[in-house]
Design a protein around this ligand. Structure first.
Ligand SMILES: *Cc1c(COP(=O)(O)O)cnc(C)c1O
Length: 419
């Protein structure tokens, strides 16, 4: 008699949802299908592991836990305290930090808390300009940062596309900002943290590193670690790091208390303990040797993709990449960025449009974190670039390209157990 394996908890939960609420269950399945049949090149996205998903879908979601382990405002925290202690210790060990706060609900919440810890409203701050690749939290007038602080933007050199460090130093000397922020949503090269530290010291400013993007590469030893240089490092846990959606802060012992108070009670209420547990799982995965291989493959794939896209007639900013990020424009193919993104979307190739930093130019932003998690390597990057080239040139019908994309991704299911 054939033996039917007992359903896993996740399968049982999905079945229960299907019976109770087929409308939402159908949406969940539809999204899983969209993720696995298209090419996910959004640089901020990844595929978390089933272990991370299990922690996220656990009863820890029920627990209220304002405060910190051993000092909570709610009773019954003795078990979730263990999860937060493990997450914090793993983060400290992974990044060589004296202190870690794993409670920020998102990358933006981490940045808000970093500013709250070090700055007062109205303070002057120097950060990468928004059109050059700064994040909304780096001074956008539509964001708290631009409303409550006095931001000035620095940019990239027009000839090289690299950060204009001379200009950063000149602006710092002229403005004497309270803090300098470095970090970007689209800068594809390593940032010289030592040089930023030197400039910050010269003008007696704090250095805040927003490493939302590269922190996963740092964990895998594929990018320089900002922790020794920054007063506070802000990060996300869901980008290259491949954990649950969330944020974290890393700092030296000197700033630990004010960072913790800036998160709770200043900017947040209760911690999301299911997410904290999932962060612990992700830190555990990132500390394993396999993650070093992953992080280096992410970069190798981005380099291969950048070179192959150049071969397809796209112009790659800075001529390549040191990270998971590639920015490129399709002007050489006669396409403006939004139109290019539209053509790619029809083929199931999903990516973003971003500012390129000079004269308001816009381009495409791609990342290789998700496709690398799926197991793709350099040969697949060449196929991806060829598919992109065909879509952008309008050589093939969208539906035909969509099929070719599905054929490629079918060999690399992000969740083989669900395939
Ligand atoms: C992604 C990102 C953030 C914000 O993260 P959210 O979780 O979306 O709030 C902040 N700063 C930088 C540089 C980022 O890339």
């Amino acid at each position: 008699m054939p033996v039917t394996p007992a359903p896993s908890r996740a399968e049982a939960a999905t079945d229960a949802l299907m019976r109770q609420d087929p409308e939402i269950a159908g949406i969940l399945l539809g999204e899983a299908r969209r993720q696995s049949t298209g090419l996910q090149l959004i640089a901020a996205e990844n595929f978390t592991s089933p272990a991370v998903l299990a922690a996220l879908g656990s009863p820890l979601v029920n627990k209220y836990a304002e405060g910190y382990p051993g000092a909570r405002h709610h009773g019954g925290c003795e078990v979730v305290d263990l999860a937060e202690r493990v997450a914090t210790e793993r983060a400290k060990a992974l990044f060589g930090a004296d202190h870690a706060n794993v409670q920020p609900h998102s990358g933006s919440a981490a940045v808000l808390a970093a500013y709250a810890a070090l700055l007062r409203p109205g303070d002057r701050v120097l950060a990468m300009g928004l059109r050059e690749g700064g994040h909304l939290t780096h001074g956008s007038p539509a964001n708290f940062s631009g409303r409550w602080f006095d931001f000035t933007g620095y940019g990239v050199r027009e000839d090289t596309g690299l950060i204009d460090y001379d200009r950063v130093r000149d602006l710092a000397r002229e403005l004497r900002p309270r803090a300098i922020v470095c970090g970007s949503i689209s800068y594809p090269r390593h940032i010289d943290y030592a040089l930023f530290r030197e400039i910050a010291d010269e003008v007696d400013a704090f250095l805040i590193v927003d490493a939302a993007h590269p922190i996963g590469l740092v964990a895998g030893g594929a990018a320089p670690n900002p922790v020794p240089y920054a007063d506070v490092v802000c990060a996300t846990t869901h980008k290259v790091l491949r954990g649950p959606r969330g944020g974290m802060l890393l700092c030296g012992a000197r700033s630990a208390d004010r960072v913790d108070r800036a998160v709770f009670p200043f900017t947040q209420g209760g911690a999301q303990m299911h997410t904290v547990a999932a962060k612990a799982v992700a830190f555990g995965e990132a500390a394993a040797p396999a993650f070093t291989g992953y992080a280096h493959q992410v970069v190798a794939n981005a380099r291969a993709l950048a070179a192959a896209l150049a071969g397809q007639g796209l112009s790659v900013a800075t001529g390549g990449t040191d990270t998971h990020l590639v920015t490129a424009d399709a002007a050489g193919l006669g396409l403006e960025a939004t139109a290019a993104r539209g053509r790619l979307a029809v083929a199931g190739i999903v990516l973003d449009v971003c500012g390129l930093g000079h004269g308001g130019a816009r381009g495409l932003r791609l990342g290789t974190a998700a496709v690398t998690t799926q197991g793709m390597r350099e040969p697949e990057m060449a196929r991806v670039a060829a598919l992109m080239g065909a879509a952008l040139r309008g050589e093939e019908q969208g539906a035909r390209l969509r099929e070719a994309v599905a054929e490629l991704t079918a060999d690399f299911p992000p969740y083989p157990a669900l395939a």
